[in-house]
Design a protein around this ligand. Sequence first.
Ligand code: SF4
Length: 483
Amino acid sequence: MHSSKKVLLVFLPSESGVDGARSLYSENEKNNNSIFSWFNRSFRTIIKQSQFAIPPLSLMILSSIELEGIEQSICDMRFEEFPFNKQWDLVGISVQTGMAKKAFALADTLRSKSISVVLGGPHVTLFAESCRSHADVLVLGEADDLWKEVLTDLTTGTIKPLYQSESFPDLAHSRPVMKTSLIKNRYFTTNLIQTGRGCQHSCDFCNVHVLNGHSLRRRAISDIVAEVARFKANDHRIFFFVDDSINADPAYALELFRQLTFLKIRWFGQATTTLGQQHELLETFARSGCQALLVGIESLEPNSRNAHKKNQNKAGELSLAIKTIRNSGISLYGSFIYGLDGDTLDTPATILDFISDTRLDVPGINILRPIPGTRVFERLREEGRLLFDPLDITAYRYTFGQEMLYSPKNIPLDAFIESYSALTRQIFTMKKSIARGIEAPSSKPAVLLFNLFYTHLYSLSRHDLQQQLKKKPMEKTILPYAE
Ligand code: SF4
């Protein structure tokens, strides 16, 4: 009898935000015992223990594919070291831009030990050539069906160097997601549901429409309802609908959440502010257990919205939409980007007024991050506004507002950093964070926790941006993160 082939799917941590919460600068020196570093390390431990992490959905989906002769497991490196002490027939690594150097280093180590490596994920899909020398196999695009082919070829010894399909997977085909490879208590919740993929909009700073296409592909409602019921049976925690815009297809969402109402779940999700005008859907969301939504406000400046093709709703309609959604009993995380091409030094005052007028529960104040592969990255490159070498795409890493990657159009870099820092300092005082937690229409403890974490994370952001200024960002030096 043949033994099964052992396949490991690896997820790497991002080194900023709630996964990392580390300074790019102060913690790099070994034995750094400054109070700032000590405080940051302590806070990082608290954040980890608060179980803010959610499982990697893409790996949950791939590990759910069952095939005779294959045993799959997941290694989430936010919580564990790579298990070098076991034998692996194949290791798959999901690669995001910004973590690519780390993924390549792991892949190179594994291959030096004669372990075959598959690389896949957004970075590999967009920049396959730069990944080729680090992998035995590349998987390009959404891997739902391709992964089954890889596993089948592994069992027959006919694995190929490249797997790529001509079209996006049809999500209407039933593909039940299993959670058996996850250690439940590591995560905030394991109840992750995706109802579809793709986005009809074309915001130039976003890569969702680049990676998942412009048309909405939906799963069958009956599949989702069955999945929610199955997940709920072994984890009573909150559900997270991970779709970028859960209200993008209002008729579909209305029917789905009508049916889910009977399962009596509580859920978080992400929506567009258009929900404020979709009254029947908003009422159904509230009735079906929606506790909180993340909405992409991005900009209140009409010039910025036009410059970055954020056209799906108008700046003047945002305030009423936010108030309407909050009045239905749903808390809101509102995500802004400051530093867009129509922004000026007056923009922070507009954001502050908006937050106090709408009583937004968790404001997220982001800096534009030009992700390689997006239209904005290409435009900034052509305009000579990128601060790092555009050919070194892995330099465009994710941080929590800790690093400028480009020069704003209308504001000198140093003035921008001063005004961004002043803005986050005014929004995230301890007093205001606690007040927002108390006043939230629902999920008060989560809103409070997010605000307190952000109070800390934005202080890291201010610290690091000042350091970047001091070190002259134009030098194009890329500092490593502390280990
Ligand atoms: S930012 Fe949101 S609405 Fe815009 S393209 Fe990305 S997913 Fe679509």
